[in-house]
Design a protein around this ligand. Sequence first.
Ligand code: NAP
Length: 324
Amino acid sequence: MTARILDGNKIRDQIFAELSDEVRLLTSAGVRPGLAAVLVGENPASQLYVKSKIAACEHLGIASALLTPPATASTLDLLAVVEDLNRDNDVDGILVQLPLPPQVDTKRILEAVDPAKDVDGFHPVNLGRLVSGRPGLVACTPAGCMEILRRNEIKIEGANAVVLGRSDIVGKPMALLLMHANATVTICHSKTRDLPDIVRRADIIVAAIGKAAYVEPDWIKSSTGGGPGAAVIDVGTNRITDPEQAERLFQNFPGRLEIFRAKGSSLVGDVHPDAINTAGSLTPVPGGVGPMTIAMLMSNTVKAARLRRASPKFSATQSTASAR
Ligand code: NAP
């Protein structure tokens, strides 16, 4: 049996429809949500990401501003940019596109963002709130993975969840969110022993390691034992360009192979494409987690606007967006 596809584009569209209504209501009450993106230098991938984030703002009626300091900008230059945005009452969300140039102290920049405007959820204050289970702005990719699970009614409570990867932006917050939703969580990393055996016990697998097709189909609990089979959330986005690798990975997917041959590259997740034949359900790459990251950025911006400006109880120190 092939896995149920957990379609991120579809859920993104649902979330956008919900957010459009909320943006309209807020705007008619005089609070038009606003996002400022800081794009340093001319990294083509970063330019593309920021472009799609700005396009999403335009689609939803969220005000957007793009600041483009040069690649030579110093830490102090960027701190001044962030401080200006912190002070600007029309700006609800500040997005500093990573990576920053090597001469810049990235941690210092991220920590300078007002936690109430930290729509990426990277500020230690918001991470701390997540650890202690208090409302805050949650990192977009893990928050998007949770939405995929919830909106597909995948049972999280009591499930064995295995998170592959322990980065600050994906693995760690993901593990915390699953734990707060009452899953039993195992976090794996590059030093983990017996990874296949650990993954085999998982009801929910979140793969965020950045290695193309690393998780083999036979590591994944299938539905043949009578259960539903594991739900697989594939966060990895790896661009492959090697024709031999593409032939190997896409041997059961002639359509994808054809596209690879035409374009000379393809996006592959951390999970082998053949997992579609073992998993109970899985997110495709592309079209799974990626669209959800942007959806949650928009959601965080609207939440920040609501709680920072539209809430009668607003105060600069208390304002954080509650979990959805
Ligand atoms: P990262 O900072 O490079 O972290 C990778 C993690 O994977 C590390 O914790 C590392 O362990 C672990 N790891 C590496 N090799 C492993 C192995 N063989 N077995 C088990 N664990 C291993 O990456 P990231 O920023 O979290 O991103 C992970 C992937 O998600 C990337 O492909 C990235 O492009 C993708 N991503 C996608 C989105 C999206 O919107 N779709 C958003 C963010 C990230 P150690 O800690 O021991 O080094």
